[in-house]
Design a protein around this ligand. Sequence first.
Ligand code: ZN
Length: 131
Amino acid sequence: MAFKRLSIKTQAKQELIDITDRVQRAIRELGVSEGVCVVFVPHTTAAITINEHADPAVKEDILTMLGRLVPAGAPYQHAEGNAHAHIRASLLGHSVTVPIEDGKIALGTWQGIFFCEFDGPRQREVWIALS
Ligand code: ZN
């Protein structure tokens, strides 16, 4: 298995960051031309998702509606004050799996891979495993 860690410095309390190009670069550097790419986030208040990266309004809509579904000010039991971030991260999930074809990540025309920050700004990691 080929493995690589990416560092991501998030800038806002919550944001979606398009990391498609960085994942593609990692696949090239690891020299894998066919297989499966797992993109994994080793955090409890961040997530990873695949969605449209042509219109930036889509990621804003995702953040807005997650905020309505899981509001920051609700009466949670978790004492750190970031229960909403944990729940939003679980809703989107901590990994995506994408095929690799001819050394390229095989995504649909409109798809991009997004790192999802819900309790930033922080120093974060994304782990990429190819097999
Ligand atoms: Zn917490």
